[in-house]
Structure formats: structure tokens, C-alpha cells
Design a protein. Structure first.
Length: 236
């Protein structure tokens, strides 16, 4: 397939962008490519995961969203961008030996919600209000393959994460503009609230980074303290 005007496809650039991608990343990229879309396209001096038939750029990122700030800023000067971020609604963990033999298989007790995205937004908050940027949170079932070969972190006793696979998608939530992000602040909260109250209302362990991100984005503001706890309220 030939590239559209203004786009280029360079095998060397493609290699730079894909050598360390997980199967989860690859599966999402194919899913969001759509009919007539292209993958690994050089555009505006960067390599994009997907350029859809309508010209929309789709970036798939499974972690470290803040690292994309410069790339996204450049792309948003000329076209809309959709940033796709998966959260694991459920995760199956498979541990294998160095030779590949299955050692154990269990379901992780952790179930991520949409609020998990805030763990990744502290470096991206200046772009949350950009009208051309849509961040799409994908609620997925994920298979995580681990290898017990002694090269992993000490927290996992030397077991390393080898890959992640997409098992199923249970829906998505798209956010474009500050008003969309503001709707994630639980309506049940009182006018003024603490991070602890935000956590109890649904944000869980991500409440601290959520409050920080939304305050810097101008959605929340500080309005005092209760003891040692900062108190927030919605802007406007």
C-alpha cells in the first residue's frame, strides 16, 4: 500500500519504533488501525503508530504517557491525535521457566479502573485541554507472561515480565477537553474534599495523582487544609 501525500514509510524508522513493542501494543495497534489505515508512518519528523484513513494519528501507549509530550505537541500542530491507553480490568499471570515450561498460572487480584490513567498523566497535564487530543482508555483483559530466570526485579524475586497479550476488550472511555476530565470527579463528593475522600469515592490509590493532575490542569483548586490534609474543590 502506498503512503498518502505528506507521509513516508521508512523500514529503518519502523525498526526504531517497534523493536521493543509488546504483543499487547501490537494487538491494539491493529485494532485501532481501521479500514484503510497505515501503521508505522513517518510524519512531522516522528514515527506514528497508526495514521487512520481520515488522517487522525493514533498512538498506542501502555505506560509512560508523559514521554509522549513532545511528540504529541508536534503532531497536534497539524492534525488530531487519539492516544490509546489500556487498563487491565482483569489480568492473568503466567510464569514460565527459562526453557518455556509453564510453572504457574493465576489471576491477579488487582482490577484497574479508568482512574489508573492518572498514574500516567502527571507529565501530560498541559495537553489535557487541547481540543485536538483525545485520550481513549481501553478496559481490557490481559495475559501477562513472566519468566523465572533470575533477571527480574528483586520485588518479583528475579521473575521478569516477558510480554503482555490482549485477551479481550470490554469497552472504552474517551476524553477530549477539560470538561470531559472534570466528569471523573465523583459527583458524590462534597464541595470541598481531601485526597482520602476522593480515594474513597472511587479513585482508590490513584486519588493523589488525580488531584495533582487536575489541579495543574485547572480543574481543581486548593481551598485550605484539614489538619495536614490539603482540601480541594472544583473550579467554577
Amino acid at each position: 500500500m502506498s503512503a498518502r501525500p505528506g507521509l513516508s514509510r521508512n523500514p529503518e524508522q519502523k525498526g526504531i519504533n517497534t523493536w521493543n513493542e509488546s504483543r499487547l501494543h501490537e494487538a491494539l495497534k491493529e485494532r485501532w488501525r481501521g479500514e484503510g489505515g497505515e501503521t508505522e508512518v513517518a510524519l512531522e519528523g516522528v514515527v506514528c503508530d497508526v495514521v487512520r484513513a481520515d488522517g487522525t494519528v493514533v498512538e498506542i501507549q501502555t505506560r509512560g504517557l508523559g514521554r509522549l509530550k513532545t511528540k504529541l505537541s508536534r503532531l497536534l500542530e497539524t492534525r488530531p491525535v487519539r492516544l490509546v491507553f489500556p487498563v487491565a480490568r482483569s489480568k492473568m499471570l503466567e510464569t514460565r521457566t527459562r526453557s518455556g515450561r509453564l510453572k504457574s498460572r493465576r489471576r491477579s487480584p488487582k482490577h484497574d479502573t479508568v482512574y489508573a490513567v492518572f498514574a500516567e498523566l502527571t507529565g501530560l497535564w498541559p495537553l489535557l485541554g487541547h481540543p485536538g487530543l483525545t485520550i481513549e482508555v481501553v478496559h481490557a483483559d490481559v495475559l501477562e507472561t513472566r519468566v523465572a530466570d533470575g533477571t527480574g526485579s528483586w520485588r518479583r524475586k528475579g521473575v521478569r515480565i516477558a510480554d503482555r497479550d490482549l485477551v479481550d476488550v470490554h469497552g472504552t472511555e474517551a476524553f477530549c477537553g477539560l470538561a470531559a476530565w472534570a466528569r471523573l470527579v465523583p459527583a458524590a463528593l462534597s464541595e470541598a474534599f481531601t485526597v482520602k475522600e476522593l480515594a474513597a469515592a472511587g479513585a482508590g490509590s490513584h486519588a493523589g495523582k488525580m488531584a495533582w493532575t487536575l489541579r495543574h490542569a485547572g480543574i481543581l483548586e486548593l481551598c485550605g487544609k484539614r489538619g495536614n490534609a490539603l482540601v480541594y474543590r472544583r473550579v467554577g
